[in-house]
Structure formats: structure tokens, C-alpha cells
Design a protein around this ligand. Structure first.
Ligand SMILES: [Zn+2]
Ligand SMILES: [Zn+2]
Length: 259
């Protein structure tokens, strides 16, 4: 299984997952041009993609989905709530390109098994994904206001966890965002703080997880250093030394991860 985060952050999200003969795009919250350049930079021709999976309707995950799907003739997979809400972003997409999945029911696209699971976030039917292929498992969960026990069970033992580490709580509280937006982000249906991400990593470690990519960092209320250090220090204090942590880049390819 290969996993390539192309963009990750409040301003746009897209990743590629590949296993066997199947290659999928996860979210398309960037422009057609930005996506094309990013794919080209890792040697992927967009024609090889088998579809686009959407986590939820927010524009940083859906901005480019209509244009990208139409240009490359890709099916768009989402649950009912997300399809309904992202209609403005997929105007003109042929009906045959619309694929519906149900939250908590796994399905296959080609060789990859996909389990969409509910995530706590203020979108209509927000999900994360577990991808499995030949005993390898990757869990993808950004835009999570909190880390629930159910999510721990779902992500347990993953070979790679792509998990939100959105903000530093003090930076957010002291920052320029209006009060309502700060409250939204801090709520259980907003975004996961660096501190809560670190706590989640310790629990995930106990289930066998040894590799995490910290994702969806806020432009204004976080830095890659703050995200990395918060988790590293927490893991160290918990006596954990063998967990690999990488911080996803917001507007460049983070890396090509083979698991
Ligand atoms: Zn969101
Ligand atoms: Zn987002």
C-alpha cells in the first residue's frame, strides 16, 4: 500500500492511496491546476485514478471535486449527507459518476477495502476512512473535534494513522479569530488540538500503531514544530520511543509512504 498526502491543512486537502491495481484520491479541496501539478510531481498520471472519496462537504475538502471529476471522468464516492451538501461543488457531474456509500458499511473499490466511519465534526455526515489491503491497514481521520473510544477501536493496530493535529490551544485562544469561530474549533465537533492528538497517539500506540502522520494543521493557530513537539514530548513522557511521527505539509507533497 502506498499513501501520498498531497495537500493537508485548513486551506485544502487531497491525498492519494494506492494498493494492488487501484489508486484513489481522498478529498479534492484544491484547484484542478494545483492537483494536476502535485500529481505530476510524484509521477502519477490522473488517468490512473479510479475514483475520488470524500470525507465531508466543507470546501477545503471539496473545492475542486466537480472540475477534477469531470476532467478525468472519475466517479465520486460519498455518503448521502455529503452528496447533498456538496451539490454546488459537483454541478454538471453526470449522474453515472455519483457513487453512494453508507457510513459504517465497508465496500471495495478495486482491490482496496474501505470502511467509512463517523467522525465528530460540524458537517452533515462527516467520515474518516479505514483502508485495508492484504493485511495492511491505514486509518485516515481529519476534521475530528475529539478522539472517541469508537475511533480508537476502529483505528487499532493500523500500520499508518493519518490524524488531525489542528491547533495549539493557546495560539488559538490568543489569535485573531472571532469568538464564535474559536468556540467552533474548540468544540467536540470542531478540530483536534495538538494536545488531544498527542493523547490519541498514546492510546493508538497501545493498540500497536507505530506510525502517525499529523495532518490538517491550521494556518494561523499552529506550526509544524508545535504539532510535532507536542506529540513527541507527550510520547516521551509516556515512555514511548519507537513511534514514528511525520507532519503533513499544507501545500506540498509530504512524502510517499509505503506500508
Ligand atoms: Zn471540515
Ligand atoms: Zn477540513
Amino acid at each position: 500500500m502506498r499513501f501520498i498526502p498531497l495537500f493537508s491543512g485548513s486551506s485544502g486537502n487531497a491525498s492519494v492511496i494506492e494498493a494492488g491495481d487501484t489508486m484513489l484520491l481522498i478529498d479534492a479541496g484544491v484547484t484542478f491546476k494545483a492537483l494536476s501539478l502535485a500529481l505530476a510531481s510524484v509521477g502519477i498520471s490522473p488517468e490512473r485514478l479510479n475514483g475520488i472519496l470524500i470525507t465531508h462537504d466543507h470546501s477545503d475538502h471539496t473545492r475542486g471535486v466537480g472540475v477534477i471529476a469531470k476532467k478525468y471522468g472519475l466517479p465520486v464516492y460519498a455518503n448521502g449527507g455529503t452528496h447533498l451538501k456538496m451539490e454546488p461543488y459537483i454541478k454538471g457531474l453526470p449522474f453515472s459518476s455519483i457513487r453512494m456509500f453508507r457510513t459504517d458499511e465497508d465496500f471495495y473499490i478495486g482491490d482496496i477495502n474501505i470502511l467509512p466511519f463517523k467522525t465528530p465534526h460540524d458537517a452533515s455526515e462527516s467520515v474518516g476512512f479505514v483502508f485495508t489491503f492484504k493485511g495492511k491497514k491505514l486509518t485516515y481521520m481529519t476534521d475530528i473535534g475529539c478522539f472517541r473510544e469508537s475511533m480508537l477501536n476502529i483505528a487499532a493496530g493500523s500500520d499508518l494513522v493519518f490524524i488531525e493535529s489542528n491547533h495549539d490551544i493557546e495560539m488559538l485562544k490568543n489569535g485573531t479569530y472571532p469568538y464564535y469561530l474559536k468556540q467552533r474549533i474548540l468544540s467536540d465537533r470542531g478540530h483536534l488540538s495538538n494536545d488531544n492528538c498527542a493523547k490519541a497517539l498514546i492510546k493508538l500506540y497501545e493498540t500497536g500503531v507505530r506510525f502517525a502522520v499529523l495532518a490538517h494543521l491550521s494556518d494561523e493557530n499552529n506550526t509544524p514544530e508545535a504539532a510535532f513537539n507536542t506529540s513527541s514530548v507527550a510520547l516521551e513522557q509516556a515512555g514511548i520511543e519507537d513511534m514514528r511521527i511525520v507532519v503533513a505539509k499544507k501545500d506540498a507533497v509530504t512524502g510517499i509512504f509505503e506500508i
